[in-house]
Design a binder for this molecule. Sequence first.
Ligand code: BES
Ligand code: ZN
Ligand code: ZN
Length: 478
Amino acid sequence: MNVKLYNQPLDLISADLTLEFVTSEQLEFHPYKELLSQAGFKAEQEQLCALHEHRLLVCGIDKEKSDELYRSAMATAIKAAMSYAYTSLKCSQYTLERFRVLIEGVVLGSYKFESYKSEPKPSKLTEVIFSHENNDGSSNDFDALETVLNQTLIIAKATNYVRNLVNQTPDDMTPQQMAVTADALATSNNLECTILDVNGLEYEKMFAMLSVGRGSAHPPRLIHLAYKPENPKKVITLVGKGLTYDSGGLSLKAATSMVTMKMDKAGGCAVMGMIKAISELELDIEVHAFVGAVENMISGNAYKPDDVLRAKNGKTIEVRNTDAEGRLVLADVLGYAQENVKADYLFDYATLTGACMVALGPYTTGVMGHNEDLKHSFIQAGASAGEYCGMLPFNRHLKKLIKSDLADVCNVSSKPYGGAITAALFLDNFIDEDVKDKWVHFDIAGSAYTESAWDVHTYGGTGAGVRMTLNWLMEHCR
Ligand code: BES
Ligand code: ZN
Ligand code: ZN
């Protein structure tokens, strides 16, 4: 979708269709009030009414008028507009602050993934034009609007880039293909790119990650992308779980739980999208994105429950469940990242536990770590970026649940509750002492993928983490 901003009042812009948001109060004074009420339109949130004879699409909006409601309403309206035969749509600003969420609604709401359809159905609508004018007739500063437009487009498009990667099948997006994709991103965005293959991983003593990948026909890759502007204000490390498929390994998942497990690479895809957006925004921060790209499969050579693995930082891990593989991969990637980059902050993103969904529901990212202020700042960044985040607190008793009688630590908890937190506490074993307060772990198991549309998301990957993190970086690393 082409999103444009014109320095003209709405009336002077020519487009096939005009989109208008209307509250129930505004409906009382609407010029087409009669027509709309005959059509049963009550201006309920996201209720749509198309007056084709007037080339007008009216979308109801709740009285509360929050950013979230506008973003979601725009996504709903754009989907409807795409189902008609119009080629262009226009809309006025609804204030500078609201401009961002409307653009997000357009770009994220119009997203379609049709790579696997033999007959894709592209929509006729290709252009959305915003006027500089507010809906009350006052106008906004054009330069300020243009800045918002450019920044928002970069971030929203990076989110769609992540969705595209996540939505690819395990046979198309293998660890090797993830590395090829990262390399292409490095070329287009002028990033440094280092890839470790099995030999490189062995040389680095990353035996936890290697073990997880051992049963697969597609060998693992470690991806390191770096964006290095001159005189950066901060150095940030991003780490992503990139399980291109998680069958559970020998602790095999049930048939129904295995479906959707192509999304287990969403954390890795998210950090690639983040560094893409960061480099395009030319932010004044040095950023390193690390992805542990691995496939968790069964075979005669697969790693087993009862194995003891030695991670890169020297700690030994008793494996009691091969389906708790993400934390094993992250243990090594976190170790590698800390050894190679001394960063001001270390953030990791992983579809780590089903327990996170049990705790917070399927829409919310779990936020964990030792630094309370830092975690709070992410809850805020998430809220203003339109991502739900919830904090899950550590405590010393939960930490005891991953003790091992045999090795230094066990990869699963001895009790069935609090699994998202015990997984994070497992990762804590691989965070260096001086990094503890700089680290935040994001469990995106619920938020990264959906099988039913909600908010600005359709079936498939959501791009969870990108908007929240970019929002945080732009606020905290200026
Ligand atoms: N990738 C899964 C977690 C997951 C589950 C993500 C559902 C998205 C949706 C992870 O590797 C896993 O299997 N975790 C296990 C951990 C358990 C064996 C301790 C889980 O959540 O059941
Ligand atoms: Zn698993
Ligand atoms: Zn997994």
